[in-house]
Design a protein around this ligand. Structure first.
Ligand SMILES: Nc1ncnc2c1ncn2[C@@H]1O[C@H](COP(=O)(O)OP(=O)(O)OP(=O)(O)O)[C@@H](O)[C@H]1O
Ligand SMILES: [Mg+2]
Length: 222
């Protein structure tokens, strides 16, 4: 990747087909994010924030345009390379958490490391402590509150110490005390070099970011 850019989008559009209707979720988005940046993506509901994060996270393909994340353009990468990129370079906190219901909290946190073969039990415990969930390690997701599930999802996203963290409304279900803990955690990780891109309505969180990207009806207004 050139000029320290870890994320680069060139004229990226994403259209969804909903019956006969085409939804223009993103239109001609050009955006570069440098290594170590701390970026907040803001915009109204339905403006395209999750779509943008999913594309950056290589979870979906653009309808047109070019995307490069932590290396060469993803269109040129094979499925194997993309899987590797998603597993090792990117931590993702989903808006809907996507915890595995049949696995315990600590098993969910360890899951992304399964493919690396590393032993991460101690690291998982440490991360759960950092998000204030030491006492919930052996619970199942269904036994947790929404805010607790969100914190499990955050711990899970960090298990492989990814250079890039993408988080979709990571404090959306948290009370202010827990939100502050997470905000401090992200700030520490960013200070240690992690590139952080998050979608948020939390003004405290937006204030602490080094850059704000505003998105309106699928169009980025820098
Ligand atoms: N799989 C899909 N099929 C069809 N339309 C979709 C799909 N996913 C998203 N959309 C549409 O694309 C637009 C952008 O959706 P997106 O989820 O990116 O918005 P958002 O900014 O994350 O909203 P919110 O703040 O409510 O999470 C919306 O109009 C949405 O209805
Ligand atoms: Mg969303």
């Amino acid at each position: 990747m050139n000029n320290g850019k870890v994320i680069s989008l060139q004229k990226v559009s994403k259209h969804y087909q909903r019956g006969a209707e085409t939804v223009h979720a993103l239109q001609d988005v050009t955006l570069d994010i440098a290594q170590g940046e701390y970026v907040a993506i803001a915009g109204h509901s339905g403006s395209g924030k999750t779509t943008l994060l999913n594309l950056i996270g290589c979870l979906d393909h653009p309808t047109s345009g070019r995307i490069a994340v932590n290396g060469p353009e993803i269109q040129k990468a094979g499925e194997k390379e993309l899987t590797q990129l998603r597993q090792t370079a990117i931590g993702f906190v989903f808006q809907q958490f996507f915890l595995i219901p049949t696995l315990t909290v600590i098993e969910n946190v360890q899951l992304p490391a399964l493919f690396t073969g590393r032993k991460v039990h101690e690291r998982a415990k440490e991360l759960l402590k950092l998000v204030g969930l030491s006492k919930r390690m052996n619970h199942l997701p269904a036994q947790l509150s929404g805010g607790e599930m969100q914190r499990v999802a955050i711990a899970r996203s960090l298990i492989n110490s990814p250079p890039i963290l993408l988080a979709d409304e990571p404090t959306g279900n948290l009370d202010s005390r827990n939100a502050d803990t997470i905000i401090d955690l992200f700030e520490t990780l960013n200070r240690d070099g992690m590139t952080v891109v998050l979608v948020t309505h939390n003004l405290d969180l937006v204030k602490r970011c080094s850059r704000r990207v505003h998105i309106e009806d699928g169009v980025v207004k820098i």
